[in-house]
Design a protein around this ligand. Structure first.
Ligand code: NI
Length: 150
């Protein structure tokens, strides 16, 4: 076992402690190890294949953070093949919320999402990948389905 040092803000640490108390972990380290283990497992499952998928990537960012808005826009332009639509909401003086709809291979989408949510100043990054399955692959989608909601 190795010992590491991480920097974490007070709010997040308080959240970890609440989580730890609620589940009854013996220590903060034990709680964190389980959280990380869970995330790592989810990551492995999600990155296994490049199944055609559609996805939403939601995140909040501080638009005053140096160059961040420009870098995020540039990242989306660099992956315009993945980008279907992007909704931008000015939440308050500091924060913007964006919801990007992405379409492409699951692994490709995940890699792109990682480059966005790991930027300094980006918070609450959440990716929801919906696999479409082989039948929906390609560009010859006939659009013959009706739009009844059942
Ligand atoms: Ni904004």
């Amino acid at each position: 076992m190795q010992r590491i040092t991480i920097s974490i803000d007070d709010d997040l640490l308080a959240a970890i402690d609440r989580f730890s108390d609620r589940r009854g972990y013996a220590s903060r380290s034990e709680a964190l190890r389980d959280m990380v283990r869970e995330a790592a497992l989810r990551e492995d499952i999600a990155s296994e294949d490049d199944t055609p998928s559609i996805a939403t990537l939601t995140y909040v960012y501080e638009h005053h953070t140096r160059d961040l808005a420009r870098r995020l826009t540039e990242a989306q332009h660099a992956h315009h093949d993945l980008s279907v639509a992007c909704l931008h909401v000015h939440v308050d003086h500091r924060d913007c919320l964006e919801v990007a709809v992405l379409r492409g291979g699951a692994r490709t989408i995940r890699r792109f999402a990682d480059t966005v949510v790991t930027q300094r100043g980006v918070r609450h990054g959440q990716l929801q990948v919906i696999p479409l399955g082989e039948a929906h692959d390609g560009h010859d989608h006939p659009h013959a389905h009706d739009h009844r909601h059942r």
